[in-house]
Design a protein around this ligand. Structure first.
Ligand code: CP3
Length: 340
């Protein structure tokens, strides 16, 4: 490994400087991504063509000089593999033409065999790993079961996810059966990602923050815990739960090495609760709309808040599509120059 800073920080080891990467660095902001994407029929073609997915995974390593690569894919490939296909609607986002409403719908879903149904992601990981040739570590990922359930029940993005949240009150047993199936698929899928070359895995719980804390413990942390327990013996695991600041004590008890923070969280306070775990985050993606000097100052202020323990610099959520790649470079360079 030529640059293993990220991997060492993810294991909790000391590093000469803070490693840095960005959630959603592959795609969205890079002109070379948009050029490639414009030649294709759509997002799914890119995700399902391993050579192209590998190319897009490596673009930010060349363009932004970040310390880790994250495989280009989507969290929604899991419901797809379970028998609930998604479409990616131009300028609108994901759409499931059929959704989960009943016990019969849950029964029809399969616990997917990753080699059979997600072989294209595994092949993309193998190609990427070879092409990276040890430049930086390769991150695999999946959605947390609650966030996947939210899309499977709602059918598309939503401010409230009221159908999905409603299911937790109206039919908790059905929700648990669905979460069990998603969790089993996700564990097998992440294990297969590791076998295919992923050196760390991150679990994205993008819709954590819309649940009441008691429901979050029952319908999300419990399943994230099962994923961590299955994966932690293989690779370091990062859990990023957006908006779930009240779950930090529960995360402290999970067998994951790294906890991702969104920009509303206070790193020093989290550090006091989670002890020696590595923290990842948490610059507000909007900070990148500033001038060079403003981006630099905001990044340094963020870095100062993480003093006192292992840290992987990142944004507090995915980089926004209208961000200037030059601002991202200022962010990355500021982290690299920092000696806190
Ligand atoms: O981090 C990376 O760069 C790797 C690639 C990646 C994508 N999606 C590619 C993508 C990752 C890690 C994801 C995760 C993902 N997908 C999450 C969790 C992280 C988060 O942002 O909270 C979620 C909730 C999704 C579901 C999803 N996929 C949505 C809501 C959308 C539409 C809005 C958007 O993000 O652009 C997608 C589409 C998607 N996934 C795109 C990309 C590059 C844009 C598609 C395009 O090129 O047209």
């Amino acid at each position: 490994m030529k640059n293993d800073l990220y991997l060492r920080a993810a294991r909790g080891e000391a590093t000469e400087r803070t490693p840095v990467w960005l959630m959603r660095q592959a795609g969205r902001i890079l002109p070379e991504y948009r050029a490639l994407r414009a030649r294709l029929s759509g997002f799914k073609e890119l995700v399902e063509t391993p050579e192209l997915a590998a190319e897009v995974t490596i673009q930010p390593i060349d363009a932004l000089d970040v310390d880790a690569a994250i495989i280009f894919s989507d969290i929604l490939v899991v419901p797809d593999a379970m028998g609930l296909p998604y479409e990616m609607v131009e300028a609108r986002g994901p759409l499931f033409p059929t959704v989960i409403k009943s016990a019969a719908d849950v029964d029809r879903l399969r616990i997917a065999d990753p080699e059979e149904s997600l072989g294209y992601v595994l092949e993309a990981l193998r190609i990427t790993k070879r092409a990276l040739n040890g430049r930086v570590p390769l991150i695999g990922f999946a959605g947390a079961p609650w966030t996947i359930l939210a899309y499977m029940v709602e059918g598309h993005g939503s401010k409230t996810f009221s159908k999905a949240r409603g299911m937790l009150y109206k039919e908790p047993a059905l929700a648990h059966r669905l979460l069990d199936k998603i969790t089993a698929t996700t564990i097998a899928y992440l294990q297969a990602q590791v076998a295919a070359g992923a050196q760390v895995v991150q679990v994205f719980d993008s819709w954590a923050g819309i649940l009441p804390p008691a429901h979050y413990a029952e319908f999300s942390t419990r399943y994230i815990g099962q994923i961590c327990a299955a994966l932690a013996p293989l690779v370091p695991v990062t859990v990023f739960a957006k908006g779930a600041w009240w779950a930090v004590e529960d995360f402290a008890a999970l067998p994951c090495r790294t906890i991702g923070l969104d920009w509303t969280e206070n790193p020093a306070a989290v550090r006091r609760v989670v002890g020696d775990k590595t923290l990842q985050g948490n610059l507000d993606p909007c900070a990148l709309y500033g001038t060079r000097d403003q981006v630099k100052a905001a990044t340094q202020a963020m870095l100062r808040q993480f003093a006192g323990g292992p840290h992987i610099a990142n944004l507090g959520h995915g980089v926004y599509p209208d961000t200037d790649p030059d601002s991202v470079r200022v962010f990355v360079d500021t982290v690299k120059e920092w000696r806190g």
